[in-house]
Design a protein. Structure first.
Ligand code: BYC
Length: 327
């Protein structure tokens, strides 16, 4: 049970073709770079795609809090602990912003949460891997936050107002997380032999999931063409992956660290990065529920949902009697 969503524009009935005149007018607005707002008419498919994408993004933020959250009690030192607590709290806040943006399209928070818990909605592949050591936390804070920023900065210039505004705000906070992550990453990279080994081991394990993070290669991407036409996605999966490799591979290499991919190199002629086969079969297995930590992550969310039920009930129905667990 959650606060009500905001439905300003009646969704079109699925299955009926969009009025061609309205569709042309809508697409002209997109071409002119105008923002679409919740009360504006939009094609059924634009609404459906936005709900799918924003909801998946919100779930990723809340699931993304779990691997790092598990390290709060074990963070090395008071300052790292403080920074990690704040970061994890920010990630949950990002989920709140994104769920609110998705609600403007007419899907309730309860339905989104149910779809996450039932496995109907996806969330980012990367959060289905374990954070085994502190070095994993630094790789998440540096490289995964960097990957997320590449995606979010691009899409914040997109067409749907509430999503773009949420992304702008998220990007400010993510940029700070990136600085924290880089600082912790450099501390290990310039630390003892054992610390460097631990960091290298984490990079070796996270490299492939990070390549997967940007989605399947363009020729396998189901939604990119339409989403780019409607300026929901402002760059293709391969373009974003390339931008990320361009900016962050040199930063890792200059610290004397390596990637577990002998084929990783930039073609100086085309400016495109070439990488070895990242095992896309693994990507599809993980996003469809069969990764190393999918079950663990979902059960943690289910527990949080159960434990939070009484407080949602109390807020939504202040007159109703309820039982406070553990009291
Ligand atoms: N993981 O047609 P495609 C963070 C699915 S968290 C899982 O290319 P699209 C952070 C895709 O959904 C921020 N599934 O899809 C938090 C589709 O399946 P369905 C994470 C993926 O949508 C805590 C199918 O594959 N960022 O920053 O055009 C700590 C075909 O793909 C993935 C976001 O969530 C994936 N990686 O493009 C630290 C960004 N990739 O729905 C950091 C928002 C693809 O047809 N999302 N799939 O069943 C997006 O921008 C886009 O959804 C993607 C994929 C670029 C990821």
């Amino acid at each position: 049970m959650y606060g009500g969503g905001y439905v300003f524009c009646e969704p079109d009935v699925h299955g009926q073709p969009d009025d061609p005149e309205r569709l042309a007018e809508f697409e002209a607005r997109i071409d002119r770079g105008e923002k679409i707002e919740p009360q504006d008419w939009m094609p059924y498919e634009y609404r459906r795609q936005l709900i799918r994408l924003i909801e998946q993004h919100a779930h990723s933020e809340i699931m993304g809090a779990l691997p790092e959250g598990a390290w709060i009690t074990r963070a090395p030192g008071f300052k790292r602990k403080l920074a990690l607590i704040a970061k994890v709290q920010d990630e949950v806040g990002h989920a709140q912003l994104l769920y609110s943006a998705a609600e403007t399209l007419g899907k309730s928070r309860a339905d989104m949460v149910n779809d996450l818990l039932s496995g109907k909605s996806k969330y980012s592949n990367v959060f289905n891997y374990p954070a085994k050591t502190w070095a994993d936390v630094t790789v998440i804070g540096f490289l995964i936050d960097a990957a997320a920023i590449v995606n979010q900065v691009a899409n914040s210039k997109g067409s749907y107002g509430p999503y773009c505004r949420a992304l702008e705000r998220i990007c400010y906070e993510e940029s700070f997380h990136l600085k924290q992550g880089y600082d912790a990453f450099v501390a290990l990279a310039t630390g003892t032999k054992r610390q460097r080994e631990m960091l290298q081991d984490a990079i070796n394990r996270w490299y492939r999931p990070i390549i997967h993070f940007f989605g399947p290669p363009d020729n396998e991407s189901v939604h990119s063409k339409q989403l780019m036409r409607w300026k929901v996605k402002m760059a293709s999966n391969d373009e974003m992956r390339n931008q990320f490799l361009d900016a962050y591979v040199p930063k890792v290499l200059e610290l004397g660290l390596t990637f577990p991919d002998p084929e990783l190199r930039k073609d100086p002629q085309t400016g495109r990065w070439h990488y070895g086969d990242p095992d896309w079969a693994e990507f599809y297995r993980v996003i469809n529920g069969d990764g190393p930590c999918n079950a663990e992550r979902l059960s943690a969310r289910r527990l949080a949902e159960e434990n939070g039920r009484w407080i949602r009930q109390a807020i939504m129905n202040p007159q109703q009697k309820f039982t406070i667990p553990f009291a």
